[in-house]
Design a protein around this ligand. Sequence first.
Ligand code: GFB
Length: 425
Amino acid sequence: VLSLFLLVCTLRVFSEHSEHEHDLNGASEDLKYREPRYLLYDVNPGEGFNLRRDVYMRIAVLVRSLNEDGPWTLVLPPWSRLYHWRSRDVGPQERIPWSLFFDLDSLREFVPVMEFHEFLEVNKKNTIDEVYYLQHYKEGWDKWEEKMDKRPCITNPYDWNPESQHWYGWFFGYNDEVEALKMECISVMGHAGILKPFLLKNTSARSVMLDRAETVLHDRYGDAVFWQVRRSMRFSKQLRDIGDAFRAEFLDSTDAKDKTVVEKSWKNMKRKHGDALGGPYLAVHLRRADFVRVREKDVPSLKFAAKQLKDLAEKHSLNKIFVATDAPMDEYKLLKGYIGDSYEVFKFEPTKQMRKDFKDGGVAIIDQWICAHARLFVGTRESTFSFRIQDEREILGFNPDMTFNRLCHEKDKKCEQPTRWHIEY
Ligand code: GFB
């Protein structure tokens, strides 16, 4: 039943896409009935959640383009042991399916997707046919050109198992169960689309995995297709509901009042800048933890952060400040103290059960969702966590002046504000 359901989903998206947008010279009837091929991918283990979301977008555009030739399904890489997910009291943070965080029906309105465990079921065996480990060119480069070549591996995290004659690997935490039949390295310089001819002509494997998929770039950063896939990446309803309940209870914020009502399908959601008003609060994403060390020049002291927040709140006549942060509780309390009693300061504090159910990743999404609905948002420089909040606000239709703001270090006198990436339809 599951296989049938997934096949129907794949064909639905495939046929919609091909019938309306691509001339397949009458071949579409034939293609529709081909069995899907599966594209899997993984990302450098050290990368955080929000860069991973960006890599999903690159691969989703690739898979959508592959669907012009025949049905392909993107297999979503389970979330396992992310570097920033440090809570020890929420149960294992491994093999987390995408449906905990995202609305898969919404993703499927852009491209056919399935969870990894669903793939294992339809695949009927615990092997992936081919793994390609993407890497840069060992010799470096002095001229940018799009190219890819099979090359010896510079580093190789996969091990050959002589007994099973298969390759061992991490496989999103399924390392005890899953193996690959073939593994090779490819040096690549270019956009994700460069992989399309290779996947169509140089391999006929049913399941192909691209590891280190962050090596390839967006085909066209910031164009309408980029924004389509971004708009399709809606958070799961359960997380949005928790964020909405918090907004209503503490921040006097509801979609109707804030003009942030969303359409049922992202495809019908087209807003102009200034359509959204947002709740009567200032939201800040104050990235600290490892950023304090690795991006020292961009992270202000807590005292200086508090000063900037108070100035902005006063300027915009807002007396509630919502703080999303990965700072430990003692730092948050210090910040709150520096802000003082003239403002009400809030932080989302999940119940024990919520933390167990949604883990560190889910709590972070709730923080992002609340920030996305504020009248005024201020982020942290170069944080992809802040970038994703900015995108969300572009989708909702905020005035860019209320979105593209960041905190500055006390020594950064110029305090250049973030680049404005405007939505395209
Ligand atoms: O999302 P992310 O890639 O953003 O990684 P950056 C930061 C992670 O820290 C998030 C947690 O996914 C969350 O798990 N986190 C950060 C937060 N801010 C908050 C917050 O306000 N609330 C909650 N609840 N959690 C990059 C990483 O981080 O930083 C790179 O992607 C690298 O791998 C670099 O570590 C230094 O872009 O901010």
